[in-house]
Write a protein that binds this ligand. Structure first.
Ligand code: FE
Length: 357
């Protein structure tokens, strides 16, 4: 397998593709049956780090004989790259995290819709694009985390309730520039409406222990060390820290509890987001690309991929990683993830207006 880092490739010259004129295509199709042109291959642009995807691509190569070329980089850099390369992009598949980012790729016209009966059967409807531009590969929850020695789980209930005055000066959040919080707010717009969500953001801002800061890992550490009592973070960060030997990570694992938000009988369930994959608009290896995405939804790949990423599988009936299993069962919000992209701009405006830095 070929693996090149993004920086090298940013300087690479796009590979032009030979195009047959329509006349020639018709002539060829009518006059002869072509042998397979070349060995099959599929080119993947992945915002997931190499170690979190490559072993499964290797397994796919072994099983199918299809060569997989992997390019990894940051989600935003890879999306820009796909846009710059346009129809000359060598990429067939784009893998990234957060439905909001997958939506941006769709909006940027770098993906094409595709269908597969196998994929339709495996990926629940709310975990795929409404127009078939992308499909989820794994799920993560963005839920509430609390200091076990200062907060009783019975004091917690929903995201909405974090705006109550009992939490004044006790909450930490990361900045609104991050897509994770944008997607959470987008889901609340869908559930509660714009006005209620705007009021909620204002209430949440008035309860902060300090201005928005850091990433999810920093927030979990802040809860463990007494900077604040409650935060909102993605489950895989906590799952990763549970498995780490680092002393601070161990402190977090010991001091911080996971609380599943919005589990009431009539409530919608906890906010979920995903990693996912789409086929690029420029793909010339579409059949192999579909085959690879189907493989990533196989029992073997789902189990492995969820485990190394500390995430939940998207395919029903596949057990979560053992560390995540200790968080127990929970109800998930079944909002179509397409809505997270649709409501993104509204979410950003509401957060800006409420002073969520
Ligand atoms: Fe993350």
């Amino acid at each position: 397998m070929l693996n090149i880092d993004t920086n090298t490739l940013l300087n690479a010259i796009p590979r032009p593709r030979l195009k047959l004129t329509s006349f020639l295509s018709v002539f060829l199709a009518a006059s002869m049956s072509l042998p397979l042109m070349a060995d099959e291959e599929v080119n993947v642009y992945s915002a997931r780090k190499e170690a979190l995807i490559k072993p499964m691509l290797d397994r796919f190569e072994e099983e199918t004989g299809v060569t997989v070329n992997l390019i990894t980089g940051s989600a935003d850099a890879l999306l820009r790259r796909l846009q710059v390369e346009g129809e000359y992009s060598p990429a067939d598949i784009f893998i990234t995290v957060d439905a909001g980012r997958l939506h941006r790729a769709k909006q940027a016209n770098v993906l094409q819709p595709f269908q597969s009966a196998n994929i339709d059967a495996l990926v629940p409807e709310h975990l795929r694009d409404a127009d078939d531009y992308w499909y989820s590969l794994s799920q993560r929850s963005r839920t509430i985390f609390y200091a076990k020695d200062r907060v009783k789980p019975s004091e917690l209930s929903s995201y909405e309730a974090l705006a109550d005055s009992q939490w004044k000066g006790r909450i930490c959040v990361r900045s609104s520039g991050n897509i994770y919080n944008q997607s959470l707010v987008a889901s609340m717009i869908e559930a509660d409406g714009e006005e209620a969500t705007s009021n909620w953001v204002k209430g949440l801002m008035s309860n902060l222990a300090r201005p928005p800061f850091g990433g999810d890992t920093d927030l979990l550490k802040a809860v463990a060390t007494g900077v604040c009592d409650v935060t909102i973070a993605n489950t895989y960060y906590f799952g990763r820290m549970m498995r780490s030997d680092n002393a601070m990570d161990q402190l977090v694992a010991e001091k911080v509890g996971v609380f599943w938000a919005n589990q009431g009988a009539d409530d919608r369930g906890v906010h979920m987001n995903v990693s996912g994959a789409g086929i690029t608009a420029a793909s010339v290896n579409k059949a192999s690309a579909i085959k690879l995405i189907e493989f990533l939804l196989s029992d073997e790949a789902q189990t492995w991929y969820a485990d190394v990423n500390n995430e939940y599988p998207v395919v029903q009936g596949i057990a979560p990683p053992v560390n995540l299993a200790t968080f127990g069962a929970f109800k998930t919000d079944k909002i179509s993830l397409t809505k997270l992209g649709d409501n993104n701009l509204k979410a950003v405006k509401i957060m800006d207006a409420a002073g969520w830095k």
